[in-house]
Design a protein around this ligand. Sequence first.
Ligand SMILES: Nc1ncnc2c1ncn2[C@@H]1O[C@H](COP(=O)(O)OP(=O)(O)OP(=O)(O)O)[C@@H](O)[C@H]1O
Ligand SMILES: [Mg+2]
Length: 453
Amino acid sequence: MTHQILVVEDDPAHARMLKTLIADWGYEVVLADDGDTGVEQVKSRSFDIVLLDMKMKRLSGMEALKQILEYNPSLPVVMMTAYSSVDTAVEALKIGAYDYLTKPLDFDRLKLTLERILERIFLQSENQHLKERLKSTALHHNILGKSPAMAALLDTLNMVAPTDANVLVTGESGTGKELAAAALHDNSPRKDQPFVRINCAAITPTLLESELFGHAKGAFTGADKKRKGKFLLAHKGSILLDEIGEMTLPMQVKLLRVLQEKEITPVGSDDNISVDVRVIAATNRDLKAMAKQGTFRQDLFFRLNVVTVTIPPLRERPEDIPELVLHFLARFSKKNRREIKGVAPDAMDAMIRYAWPGNVRELMNAVERAVVLARTDYITRMDLPFGQTDESETPDRAHGAGHLENTPLSRIEKQAILSTYAAADGNKSETARRLGITRKTLLKKLKQYGKDK
Ligand SMILES: Nc1ncnc2c1ncn2[C@@H]1O[C@H](COP(=O)(O)OP(=O)(O)OP(=O)(O)O)[C@@H](O)[C@H]1O
Ligand SMILES: [Mg+2]
């Protein structure tokens, strides 16, 4: 596409010369012989660049510039000005002109200026396209964590979500498998259709079949009404089969058939109902190992595991902990109507170092408990379940004045002595000196705390 250049110049000879020259460089040139016409042109069609003469009889270049930019603030306008009026040119730059060239024009410079502007426009539009593309594919989710492991996980979710592939989500208990499953559904073309979840471990094996596939009236004792199963409820949407590892082998056979035929048969009925459901399965068990041992059907494993999404345990991504802690802190302060202002550094430290066998769920519960129990408006180590097990082993180093309120003096004394003792590397004379007590008093106290060896 040829670029369109508007030349606004009231000297006909100069205008004609510019037109020939610029057309020669391969651009399309439109001439306007005064400021008013120039502004009219800008409003009536689109240009890539405007070359605007500063000194014109009708409507000055400056005034024309203002009107052009008012109409299209991003249109690059290059002012052409006499040497003697460089001051006004600078003024024009302030108003928003892209650049200025002095007359008589240096043609090489003019050519270069046009090329630079067009290149910049090109890069900007590329950038814009890229941003739009990224925006349109950005994953919507509530999954916190910026560690490389989580970034990789989000990448995978982003790639897999829009497809119809069955996904197996694995990860230790409390790592966020349900959250990941929800993100898969919410970012798929099925997002406006149902997302149905069923916990295969929470339902007795005999009831699971009717839960999944429904039952006919009178199919079994208590089945006084016909009932739709979860698969039918999830029609056109997605189903999360949570804790799939707990499903019995006979049930696995039935599920496999449904996945193969894309049809369900309600309990006690002869009907085959076709269903269109995307299956997301989740488990904290090692299905592959179970398949080897024969406790999980290999063929079902392959069906479910078209793509595996594995969520790393929290202990492998401690850098995610502060963000999670602060998120839960805000959430539970609000929920419990407590104004907790923050987390003492030693408490945060302890949380970062703790291994969290129950992963994010355990962290979440610990933060809620701390919010409820906190004695001051900061969460301290004492408020954490693992922070108070043996305080003599873990002297509180970072106690600020804020944490001292409502604390028994004996405890403050003990903390002061033990943390100073630790900071002085167990040097008793030094500890006594720092605390302003005699060595004898210190020895007595240490003995009391069982630290006299
Ligand atoms: N990355 C995360 N960002 C924010 N919240 C999270 C994250 N991971 C987990 N959670 C929260 O932690 C809790 C546990 O997550 P979820 O129920 O998804 O875990 P799970 O892997 O299904 O656990 P289980 O195996 O015990 O069923 C939920 O409240 C969830 O919202
Ligand atoms: Mg779960």
